[in-house]
Structures are given as structure tokens and as C-alpha cells.
Design a protein around this ligand. Structure first.
Ligand code: G1P
Ligand code: ZN
Length: 543
């Protein structure tokens, strides 16, 4: 086979963020950009010759071109087998699952997750290691360092590979195998959940809409919900993956999935609605005229998980990212299981899951997952909820109200200020950091800050520490404000402000978080001098 080394020069903007390399599509379309980064990933691995590599993506614009480039470079680097989803599709959770199932050394996922796609949208490259988890800091640091010194890559001079048919093709020492992207994942979900119980729900007339947002989960949802579980045809909407996601912003939240929210607040609403993001690792759930906050969802999953067959007797602990509300903590205490607080980003859950310290984990940003794999998993979370609904015979709203009755309601709201000037955003954070010692004990709008600190995490398993993981201001034990900068943006900066407040006053349970925490939101703007540093007073998105 014709393998050549091509000389190249590094792109110094290439770096791994919260979840891989995330750039504007136009940036990755530059000559040798994908090539460099792919070779940098391989150069930072050891002993991969002859091993298996998984490749797939969410189907967004430019995935097809990038996939061909990556396949040729992987073949030139002498991987033994490259498993790729048919038409290049593989959801993030499905990739994580098959990395482990097929004993691969790792997997490359082409996705910018929930960011819009297209020539003017975003593109991303994620790398997961052999345990199926997003590459840990030690690996991402190596990849970034290598990308900054790279001077050559290898490629195989072969025509584009046909990814439309399932089967194997051999190129030199490498077999490229195109697989059904859904089959393994669907079979795994059947091992975890009692499909017959969920099926009975649908047989008895339960109605659902699942919105795949024209992204990768369409084929998964059709096979699982409409096929295996017997939901009527048409349950899955926006079910065909499209390069530009049909113009949708594939981020299921109250802003970008407003169409779904409107459907659920209409008279004709079905019993249940769910949606996933671009690469299928996030989920949003709504009941009839009811929005399920992901922080409450994590608490409820903690309550019910061990009633799902796969988890009987396996619930050891739960972890949540620091900005995720403390709703799950009270449930964990009650169940006598451990509860961990990690920095934002899924990679921090991996060591806890591997060590068996936790069974379940989640983030406020619509992510939940368990020991079944090392990524968050949108369809899994939805199946977990369907299992709970089947088991209890209650609605989403009833189950959540019961949680609030038992533990109090923890209001949770995330306000994102997107598209900020990066220098402005950094200055705002720097000033906050500097003021931490004086903020302790300060009173604003009659509320006193009882603790002001920047979050540092020491991984209880690996001992690794992560500093600068968000600034947290506590007002007693029941209210707090958290500030951090997003690590997944492709340009500029996004400031995230997270507000939480617990109430045990049942007359307040029906308040909206915006009303319940209007005061806290005001304090968050005052303390950060938001207007002064950014010129903004209103967030771009609120969830
Ligand atoms: C965001 C979310 C975070 C999530 C990540 C990847 O990261 O806040 O919880 O893990 O996307 O889906 P951020 O942009 O805030 O760094
Ligand atoms: Zn995602």
C-alpha cells in the first residue's frame, strides 16, 4: 500500500477543551488542520499498531470529508482494524460502548455536540480512551503538546472509502469495518432495562414525542422507541440526521427546543416528551405542562435507579458536577450512599466509575449517565425515566413533586452570557477571584455570603487535582451562586452563572426558578460587575 509521510507545520490554536477540540467549521477546513490533529492524537498513543480504533460522528457538515481524511491517516498509521458507523454515524454513547465491547484502543468522535453545524457553524473532534471515557487530562495535554510541535503526518493514498454498506474492506494491514451504528447499543439497552415493562406502558396508550433534532439519535430512537418498544410511528420527530440539523440548534433546552416545550404546554400534549443533542449524550425531559430540571432528574434517578434490573444491589454512590444543584445530595444521604462533587465535564466522573465509587452521575447541562458506560447517555436517561414511569404509574410532574415534598425544592437556573469578548470575560473572572477574600461575610441585598471560594478538585481515586474550576459564593447552606467560563465554545467566551436555592415552603414549589431566584440573579450581576465588564445585563440563554 502506498503510504507517505507529508511534511506539515503546527496550528498553535489546536487544543483540547472541556470535550475535545472545538472550532468553527471554517477553521478546521484549513489545509492540513484535520490531518495535523489526527496525527497528534495517534502520536500521543503508544502501541496502537494492529489495534482497533472506532470512528464515527454526529453527521454534521464536513464530517464526511474529515472522516475520509482520518480513515486514511489511521490506515497509514497501521491500526489493525478501524470500525466505523455506517454513513459515518455513531452517537457519543454508542461509541463509548463499542470501544469497550470491541476492545479498541480508543475512538474518535466527530462532533461539536450541541453546537450548531454547517459551514458557519461548529466542528469538533473528541478522543475517547480504551475504557470508553473522554481522554483524561494526561492524554489531552499530550495531544495538545504534540499538535504544537507536529512536523509530519502519514497518509495512505487510496480512493475514498465507501461507508454506505455494512461490511469489511482491507487496505494494507488494516481492515476497515462498517457497522450498523445502532445494533450494539440497542442490544445493550435491552440488557439494562426491562423492555417488556416499558412496552406495556405504550400498549396501554402512553403517548410520547421524541425529538432527535435532525441529529444523530434519529436512527437510535426509531429503532428503540418505535421498533423495540412499540411506540407508534411518528413518535420520533426530526428523526433524520442532516448536515445542518435542518437549521435547528441541536441543544435541547428551554431556548433551543422551544417548539417541543410549546407542544408540551398545549392542550393536545402527549404524556411525555424527550429530546437529545447533536451527538446523543444529552437529554431533556418534559411531562405534560411540566419541565423536568436536570438537577431534579439526577435526584430522582438516584431515588429509583436500583429498581432497574441492571442496578439491583449496585448503587454505591452518585456524583454531580459542582454547578449541578445539590438536590441529589439529600437523596444520597437518605440512601446511605456516597455523593461526590466534581468539576464540570464528563471526564471527571471516569475514575469514580472505574473504581466503583459511584453508579450514577449527572450534570445540570442535561447530562446523566451511569456505570453502564463512560459517557453521558441521552437515550439511556430517557429509558431510565420510562422505566420509572412504568414502575410507579405516576407522571413526571407527580414524581418530581413527591421529591420536593420529601426533601424541599432546590430551584436551579443557569444563565449563559454567550459571545463575550474573551478578554472582558477573563477580566470579570479575575476581578471576582481577587475579591474572594473580601466577599466572605459581605452582605448584598440583605443576604450574607458565608463562603466565597474557587473550586479545586482532588480526584479521590487518582489524586490528580484540578484548579480554577468555578467560583462559588454560598449564602448559608441553602443558596449559592457559581460563576465559570465555558470550555466548549469555538470563539469568544461564554460566562455561565448558576443559581441555586432550596425551599421547604410548599407554597413556593410552583414558582418558576426565575421568580424564585430573581433576587439571587440580581446579586449575581452586582457582585460580578457584569454590566461594567461585559456591557450585558441579560443572559443569552436561561435554563
Ligand atoms: C458544557 C456544560 C458541561 C458539559 C459540556 C459538554 O460545558 O456546561 O456541563 O459537560 O458542555 O457537554 P461548558 O461549555 O460549560 O464548558
Ligand atoms: Zn453532546
Amino acid at each position: 500500500m502506498d503510504i507517505t509521510a507529508i511534511k506539515t507545520e503546527p496550528y498553535l490554536d489546536q487544543a483540547m477543551g472541556t470535550s475535545g477540540l472545538r472550532k468553527k467549521t471554517a477553521v478546521v477546513r484549513q489545509s492540513r488542520y484535520i490531518e495535523n490533529f489526527t496525527q497528534a492524537i495517534f502520536d500521543s498513543l503508544e502501541g496502537f499498531a494492529g489495534k482497533t480504533l472506532i470512528i464515527g460522528g454526529d453527521g454534521r457538515f464536513y464530517n464526511d470529508k474529515a472522516l475520509q481524511t482520518i480513515l486514511k491517516i489511521a490506515a497509514a498509521n497501521q491500526f489493525g482494524r478501524i470500525i466505523v458507523g455506517q454513513n459515518g454515524l455513531l452517537s457519543t454513547p454508542a461509541t463509548s460502548h463499542i470501544i469497550v465491547k470491541y476492545g479498541a484502543i480508543g475512538g474518535i468522535i466527530l462532533s461539536a455536540s450541541h453546537n450548531p453545524g454547517g459551514p458557519d457553524g461548529d466542528f469538533g473532534i473528541k478522543f475517547n480512551t480504551e475504557n470508553g471515557a473522554p481522554a483524561p487530562q494526561s492524554v489531552t495535554d499530550k495531544i495538545t503538546a504534540r499538535a504544537h510541535t507536529i512536523d509530519r503526518y502519514w497518509t495512505m493514498n487510496i480512493p475514498d472509502i465507501d461507508l454506505s454498506e455494512i461490511g469489511e474492506q482491507t487496505f494494507g494491514n488494516t481492515v476497515i469495518e462498517v457497522i450498523d451504528p445502532v445494533a450494539d447499543y440497542a442490544a445493550y439497552m435491552q440488557e439494562i432495562f426491562d423492555f417488556s415493562a416499558i412496552k406495556t406502558l405504550f400498549t396501554n396508550g402512553f403517548t410520547m414525542i421524541y425529538d432527535a433534532m435532525n441529529a444523530v439519535t434519529g436512527p437510535y430512537a426509531k429503532r428503540i422507541f418505535e421498533g423495540l418498544l412499540g411506540a407508534p410511528a411518528g413518535t420520533v420527530i426530526h428523526g433524520t440526521p442532516l448536515p445542518d440539523f435542518g437549521g435547528l440548534h441541536p441543544e435541547p433546552n428551554l431556548t433551543y427546543a422551544k417548539h417541543l416545550v410549546d407542544m408540551m404546554y398545549a392542550d393536545s400534549a402527549p404524556d411525555f416528551a424527550a429530546a437529545s443533542d447533536g451527538d446523543g449524550d444529552r437529554y431533556m425531559i418534559l411531562g405534560r405542562s411540566f419541565f423536568l430540571n436536570p438537577c431534579d432528574s439526577l435526584a430522582i434517578l438516584t431515588q429509583y435507579l436500583d429498581s432497574i434490573p441492571f442496578y439491583h444491589g449496585r448503587l454505591t454512590g452518585v456524583a454531580r458536577s459542582m454547578p449541578t444543584s445539590f438536590a441529589a445530595d439529600a437523596v444520597a444521604r437518605d440512601k446511605h450512599i456516597a455523593c461526590y462533587q466534581t468539576p464540570t465535564g464528563w471526564k471527571f466522573f471516569g475514575s469514580l466509575l472505574d473504581a466503583g465509587k459511584i453508579t450514577l452521575c449527572g450534570e445540570e447541562s442535561f447530562g446523566a449517565g451511569s456505570c453502564h458506560l463512560r459517557e453521558k447517555d441521552g437515550i439511556w436517561a430517557i429509558l431510565a425515566w420510562l422505566s420509572i414511569l412504568a414502575q410507579t404509574g405516576k407522571t413526571v410532574a407527580e414524581i418530581t413533586h413527591a421529591l420536593w415534598q420529601q426533601y424541599g425544592r432546590v430551584f436551579a437556573m443557569q444563565q449563559s452570557y454567550e459571545g463575550l469578548d474573551a478578554t472582558d470575560a477573563n477580566t470579570l473572572m479575575e476581578k471576582l477571584r481577587e475579591s474572594l477574600p473580601t466577599l466572605n461575610g459581605t452582605t448584598v441585598n440583605d443576604r450574607t455570603i458565608t463562603d466565597a471560594a474557587e473550586f479545586t478538585y482532588a480526584d479521590p481515586v487518582t489524586g490528580d487535582t484540578a484548579t480554577g474550576q468555578g467560583i462559588c459564593l454560598s449564602f448559608g447552606s441553602d443558596a449559592r451562586i457559581v460563576y465559570r467560563l465555558s470550555g466548549t465554545g469555538s470563539s469568544g467566551a461564554t460566562l455561565r452563572v448558576y443559581l441555586n436555592e432550596r425551599t421547604t415552603d410548599a407554597t413556593r414549589f410552583s414558582q418558576s426558578p426565575a421568580t424564585a431566584m430573581a433576587d439571587l440573579a440580581d446579586i449575581s450581576r452586582q457582585i460580578a460587575n457584569l454590566k461594567k465588564h461585559t456591557g450585558r445585563e441579560t443572559p443569552t440563554t436561561i435554563t
